[in-house]
Every structure is written in structure tokens, then in C-alpha cells.
Design a protein around this ligand. Structure first.
Ligand code: PEP
Ligand code: MG
Length: 555
């Protein structure tokens, strides 16, 4: 038995077989070769295999999708014959004596970079195609199946790392748990694992990657971050017992369904759920959430191969609103960028993506995208109780522009006799220290705030949430963070706005009482945490105690 420790991101136990998700780019190393002729033959064979695979995929796409979808694979096949592409790979093999894998990888990167500089959107899109087909050739060279084998049975998925878009496309029904070698607890991948109720451990380290084998038996403890490979009988029994206790605890929590979120002294609070897809509205309801405090709309974009149309978005928003049957639904406008990347946005590589071109900055500089989303949201507003929320706000002028665009979209709809609800509330995320510090001015302009603690922590403590190496310096309970939340709460209430928390800290039950004392109106958490937070609220008693732990508001 081997034991490894990473960071648990969703508390639950899984016992089962390992399935390794191969990620080849990390395995493309620069090796010097002696026999370029042989290497070129390997390249040609890998291309031939790729051509056969593409022909099969083309047929399947024609059968199961349509011609435009199939055309993507025809475009890939054409790259295989492209003169410049082939010359570059051959030159890197013969002149520089590189292995074929590295020559293909470097050629793909060079071509993709060239395409990304083009102003023509069609040429830009070719960058992704070149990477995709090169990925296929490299897989063939490495003897891997480029189309991946679908998981045959429910297994524990292991990967070096998973991007948010890879995580959303995982077949949840087939996954018992996941383990990543890299990754940090506040990354979107970790957040997704929590919202999908999948036991998960991230940052388990390179030694695990060397030891793990497909099909091996393993235990994943999402509470402690422990992973056991080939566990012995005693360990298995210990964890089966822990699993049983956890199930009993879950049964106990289920008894809280239908009960109020009220403290012993009568203080109440709303407990809402965070979701990333229409289907998750069902989980929110199953867990008795009072509404949706954060619908991360960018996942609609991440799951898509191109910009979702107004109609597609309208349908998704309408479905969520209808399923929630009149309960509040706060939909956040597109928060793409940084770790959440969709190829068709063609975002440039940045030195500091968290401080870069993301979220509302994209929406304000590409109003076509923003207006399409706003039109879809306003049209859907007729079907429920909608709040629209804007991410990454830092200034009053930015918010003025946003509200102006919203007003223009409403006028446009009115002029076209397209109905929408007049009671849509508008709010912003408080996730930058700047927003918290000017929350008095911002509160006058909106109906509600929602504190995004994941980003607020990273920007306040200057700790990149994606970087697992600095997690020891991240103190989510840092006074600076709590003071900013308190300051935002006081300012919101002073100006008649409501305030919620939708970052992961909202589910930290050691802070529930502190948040209640601050007067936070709503906590929004992953669906599976709703009842746990309700339990913490019902245990709290705010009467008669001095709020020693409450950070002061310093005007
Ligand atoms: C946050 O920053 O706390 C938040 C809720 O937004 P996201 O995690 O999607 O950045
Ligand atoms: Mg955020």
C-alpha cells in the first residue's frame, strides 16, 4: 500500500479503481535523435493513422451531428497535407535532430501563435485546429488513443491537471472521485468538483503520478486529502466505516429539509446555491436552497464550441428560472478569462491573467457579446425572479457604463415590443479590494452586492488562487478580508442594498456566526453544502455575547 497526501476539495470518501486521464503535452520532451530518416517515417505513420481516425470521426459527425460539424474534421485533415506545416516538422527533425513528438509540438505552437496574431477571425480559429490535429499526431506517436477511451466503469479519475472546461465535460455518472497531481483548492476546477459532489483531492504531487497505474484499487479521502493506492484490508475496512459514518451524517442533514434558516435568538438568513449549469438547479432544489445566489453563466460558454447565441442563452436562463419556480435566481454575466478559457474568444496569453483581460473587462470592450447576453437575460426575466450580477467591478465609472448598457438594451427591447420584467434587480460582485473600499458609492447604484471571496482573498492577500505553492500564505480568515466584507455589509445596508456572499468562504461554518453578526443577508454555497450551513445557522445564538471576533468597520 502507498499513501499520498494532497488537498481535499470535496469532503467525501471514494473507494474504487483508478482510471488515468492521459495528458500528453507534459510528456513531450525534447530528445535528440541520431536517425532523422527513421523519425520522419514515424511522423508519416502517425499522420497516416491520424488521417484514418479523422475519416471515421467525419462519418460519425455527419451521422450524429451535421455537415458544418463534420467540416471541422475535414479542415483538420487538410492540415495533414499542408506544405508549410510538413516542412517545418521535417526541418526540425533533420536540421535540429529533434524527436518527432517535439518537432510536431513546436510546429503547432509556432503556427498557432502566428494565427493568433491575425485580425481575421477565421484565421484565428485555425490556431486551435493546428493544435488539435498536432495533439492527435503526438498521441499516435506516443502510442496513445487520441480520442480517449470512455470510462467503462465508475472509476477514480487521475490527471496531471484538469482545466475548468475539461472538468465540465467529464461524464459525472462515470466518476467516483478525481485526483490531480497539480491544482489548488480555490481553482475553478476544485469549485466544480464541489458543485458536482465529486470527492476530489488536488495537488497530490509527482510521486503519486509515478506510482499510479490504470486499474489499481484506491481510496480517496476528500476530507483530509489522503489517497491510498492498493490499500490493505485494515485500511479498506477503516475507510468503509468512515464512509458509513458520513452517510449517516448526510441522513441527519436531510432531516433539516423544510426547516428555517434561523438562529436560536431568531435571526434569519437566506441560504442559496451556486450552480454552473441548468441541470444543477435540480440539485439546488433537492438540497432545499432558497434560491440561486450565483449562476456562473460562463460555463454555458465553456461547454460550447462557439459563442452561444441569444436564443441558446435565453433557453438556458428561462429553464433555470422556471425550475426555480419564483425563487430568486441571480445570474452572473460572463466571467471568462484567467483560468476559464474558451478557444473561440482568442484571448492572448498574459503574464498575469488574474489581473488581466477578464470578466467585465471583456464585456465592456466587446459590447456585442455583452449585449447578446443581456438581451437573453432580460427576455428570460419574464419566467421567474431574476437578478443580474456583474463580476470584477473596480470602479464607479465602470458601473455607470454597465448600467447605461442595460438601459439601452431595455429600450431596444421595448422598441421592438419584446417583453421583459420591470422588476429585474441589478447587483455587483464585491471581489476586488477596490470595490469593497468604495462600496459606499457602489451601493447607491445597485440593488445588491455579492461578495466573491475566492477572488477577494487572492487580490487582498496578493496570492494567486491558481498557485498551489503559496497556499500556506493564504489565510481566508485574514482580518483584512473580514474587514472588507464587514465594510461592504455596513455600506450596503446604509444605502438600502442587500448583501450576500457567494465565494467558497460562505460554506465555512466556522465563520457562519461571524457572517450573521455582520448582518449578511444571504449565503450562497454549492448545493451539497446548503443543509450543512443551515445546521450551523440553527446552532448559532447571537444573544448576549460580545462579538469579540467581529472585525471593526474602519470608515
Ligand atoms: C469568487 O471570486 O468568489 C466567485 C464566486 O467567483 P469565481 O470563483 O467564479 O471567480
Ligand atoms: Mg470571482
Amino acid at each position: 500500500m502507498d499513501q499520498f497526501t494532497g488537498k481535499g476539495v470535496y469532503g467525501a470518501i471514494a473507494i474504487g479503481k483508478i482510471s488515468i486521464l492521459k495528458k500528453q503535452t507534459a510528456r513531450v520532451r525534447r530528445v535528440r535523435i541520431d536517425d532523422p530518416e527513421k523519425e520522419i517515417r514515424r511522423f508519416e505513420q502517425a499522420k497516416e493513422a491520424a488521417a484514418g481516425q479523422l475519416a471515421r470521426i467525419y462519418e460519425t459527425a455527419l451521422r450524429e451531428a451535421d455537415e458544418s460539424c463534420a467540416a471541422i474534421f475535414e479542415a483538420h485533415r487538410m492540415i495533414l497535407d499542408d506544405e508549410a506545416y510538413n516542412r517545418s516538422v521535417r526541418d526540425m527533425i533533420t536540421a535540429e535532430k529533434n524527436g518527432a513528438e517535439y518537432a510536431v509540438f513546436q510546429t503547432a505552437e509556432r503556427f498557432a501563435e502566428l494565427f493568433s496574431r491575425s485580425d481575421d477571425p477565421c484565421l484565428k480559429a485555425r490556431g486551435a485546429d493546428v493544435r488539435d490535429i498536432s495533439h492527435r499526431i503526438i498521441s499516435n506517436l506516443l502510442g496513445e488513443d487520441p480520442d480517449g477511451q470512455p470510462l467503462k466503469e465508475k472509476s477514480i479519475l487521475c490527471a496531471l491537471d484538469l482545466s475548468p472546461s475539461e472538468t465540465v465535460s467529464l461524464d459525472k455518472e462515470k466518476i467516483l472521485a478525481f485526483i490531480t497531481v497539480q491544482g489548488s483548492v480555490n481553482s475553478h476546477t476544485a469549485i466544480l468538483a464541489r458543485s458536482m459532489n465529486i470527492p476530489a483531492v488536488v495537488g497530490v504531487g509527482e510521486a503519486f503520478w509515478s506510482a499510479v497505474k490504470d486499474g489499481a484499487e484506491a481510496i480517496v479521502d476528500g476530507f483530509t486529502g489522503e489517497v491510498f493506492l492498493d490499500p490493505d484490508r485494515d485500511t479498506l475496512e477503516r475507510f468503509r466505516e468512515k464512509q458509513r459514518r458520513e452517510e449517516a451524517e448526510q441522513r441527519l442533514l436531510r432531516e433539516l429539509k423544510g426547516k428555517a434558516n434561523v438562529t436560536a435568538d431568531g435571526t434569519t438568513i437566506d441560504i442559496f446555491a451556486n450552480i454552473g449549469s441548468v441541470d444543477q438547479a435540480e440539485e439546488a432544489l433537492e438540497n432545499d436552497a432558497g434560491g440561486i445566489g450565483l449562476f456562473r453563466s460562463e460555463f454555458l460558454y465553456l461547454e460550447s464550441r462557439d459563442f452561444p447565441s441569444e436564443e441558446q442563452q435565453f433557453t438556458a436562463y428561462r429553464q433555470v428560472l422556471e425550475r426555480m419556480g419564483g425563487k430568486k435566481v441571480i445570474i452572473r454575466t460572463l466571467d471568462i478569462g484567467a483560468d476559464k478559457q474558451a478557444d473561440y474568444f482568442h484571448l492572448k496569453k498574459e503574464e498575469n491573467p488574474a489581473l488581466g483581460y477578464r470578466a467585465i473587462r471583456i464585456c465592456l470592450t466587446r459590447p456585442d457579446i455583452f449585449r447578446t447576453q443581456l438581451r437573453a437575460l432580460y427576455r428570460a426575466s419574464l419566467y421567474g425572479n431574476l437578478g443580474i450580477m456583474f463580476p470584477m467591478i473596480t470602479s464607479v465609472s465602470e458601473l455607470h457604463r454597465i448600467l447605461q448598457i442595460c438601459a439601452e438594451v431595455r429600450s431596444e427591447l421595448k422598441a421592438g415590443s419584446v417583453p421583459y420584467s420591470e422588476t429585474v434587480e441589478l447587483g455587483i460582485m464585491i471581489e476586488t479590494p477596490a470595490a469593497a473600499l468604495i462600496s459606499d458609492e457602489l451601493a447607491e447604484m445597485v440593488d445588491f452586492f455579492s461578495v466573491g471571496t475566492n477572488d477577494l482573498i487572492q487580490y487582498t492577500l496578493a496570492c494567486d488562487r491558481q498557485n498551489p505553492d503559496i497556499e500556506q500564505f493564504v489565510d481566508p480568515h485574514h482580518k483584512a478580508v473580514l474587514r472588507l466584507i464587514r465594510m461592504s455589509a455596513d455600506n450596503a445596508h446604509r444605502h438600502g442594498a442587500r448583501i450576500g456572499i457567494c465565494g467558497e468562504l460562505a460554506a465555512d461554518t466556522t465563520l457562519t456566526e461571524t457572517f450573521l453578526r455582520m448582518g449578511i443577508d444571504e449565503l450562497s454555497v454549492s448545493p451539497s453544502y446548503v443543509l450543512k450551513v443551515r445546521q450551523a445557522v440553527r446552532k448559532a445564538d447571537l444573544s448576549g455575547k460580545t462579538p469579540a471576533a467581529l472585525p471593526p468597520f474602519c470608515p
